[in-house]
Design a binder for this molecule. Structure first.
Ligand code: 13P
Ligand code: SF4
Length: 316
């Protein structure tokens, strides 16, 4: 029996915990979410970890605190479960850079017929449905290496992640010209400036950063691997070049080290405006009203599921 009234005796986090029990819900949160959300989540991680959690959960309801493509991926994997996103407008500039209609028109050309399409998970269900396999920043290298040598690869939508994987694997790919509006704000000049201030601090950067920034980094990896790198590094000070929400988890799980946010060229905050649309209040409202819910046309969902399952199998 679900009692859906607001209990004024409890604070928001306690109310969320109670609603979660009543709904048999699980809260999955990305590493860029605001600290209050990370602190009440059952799991906080990168896109790959979140996909595995979504694929394995026994909960009836998934409250996905991340951006739209992440919640959509959870829905693709769980057609019979309710998947809630605190703010339905939490999109992604990278995903927007590759509309499914544009990709379809490109792939319909005679010269594009034989492409093997690898889609970075930061894309819509419509783009996933047109792809052969999905990858994340955590497994992109492995996925690219799994493609037979005689296939031409089209990598969508992130040109920077794609270029990074080409550097790592030596595999030539054609790259869709999309990017993340946050990660391209970090520049060689802004990173060199902070390195002058902290000369002993290694730099860890996300592969969505440009080539010039990746060149300056000691490690380039997914947000989950950043946690491992920072924990294992003997350094006491580390420069972290990615969305600013990452610092909360690092400070919480690795006390005693100084994490320095990589500055952007224009001293812009480094926060993804889409990730920051979710708030604790909206998470609470979503569990209370069971809205906003992610829905998908079944034929698209089915076509999008196969390349995600292929990714999960390949990166086990
Ligand atoms: P990760 O999978 O590395 O967490 O990256 C997700 C993302 O959106 C980066 O901008
Ligand atoms: Fe998309 Fe960039 Fe935000 Fe990640 S940080 S969700 S890639 S806009």
């Amino acid at each position: 029996m679900v009692s859906v009234g607001v209990n004024f005796g409890l604070d928001l986090a306690e109310e969320i915990a109670e609603l979660k029990r009543e709904r048999n819900a699980v809260i999955l949160a990305h590493n860029y979410q605001v600290p209050e959300i990370q602190d009440i989540a059952d799991y906080v991680g990168d896109s790959l970890g979140l996909s595995y959690q979504a694929a394995q959960t026994g909960a009836d309801v998934i409250l996905f605190c991340g951006v739209h493509f992440m919640a959509e991926t959870a829905k693709i994997l769980n057609p019979t479960k309710k998947v809630l996103l605190p703010d339905l407008d939490a999109g992604c500039s990278l995903s927007e850079s590759c509309p499914p209609e544009k990709l379809k028109a490109f792939l319909d050309q005679e010269a594009a017929k034989n492409y093997y399409v690898i889609a970075y998970i930061n894309c819509s269900a419509g783009v996933k449905a047109l792809s052969d396999v999905i990858c994340t920043s955590g497994n992109a290298e492995k996925i690219v290496r799994s493609v037979p040598a005689d296939r031409n690869i089209l990598f969508v939508p992130d040109q920077n992640l794609g270029a990074w994987v080409m550097e790592r694997t030596g595999r030539k790919m054609d790259l869709w010209q999309g990017n993340c509006y946050i990660h391209v704000e970090f520049t060689a000049r802004s990173i060199n400036k902070i390195r002058e201030e902290f000369p002993n601090a290694p730099v860890v950067a996300h592969p969505e950063c440009t080539y010039a920034v990746r060149l300056l980094a000691d490690e380039v990896c997914s947000t989950e691997k950043m946690v491992t790198f920072c924990r294992e590094s003997p350094a006491r000070e580390i420069i972290v070049v990615t969305e600013a929400g990452m610092l909360h988890r690092l400070k919480k799980e690795i006390p005693g080290k100084l994490f320095i946010p990589g500055p952007t060229e224009n001293c812009f905050c480094g926060e993804c405006r889409f990730m920051k649309m979710n708030t604790l209040e909206k998470a609470h409202a979503a569990l209370l009203s069971m809205q906003p819910e992610i829905t998908l046309p079944e034929p698209i969902r089915q076509r999008a599921e196969a390349p995600i399952q292929r990714m999960l199998e390949l990166s086990r």
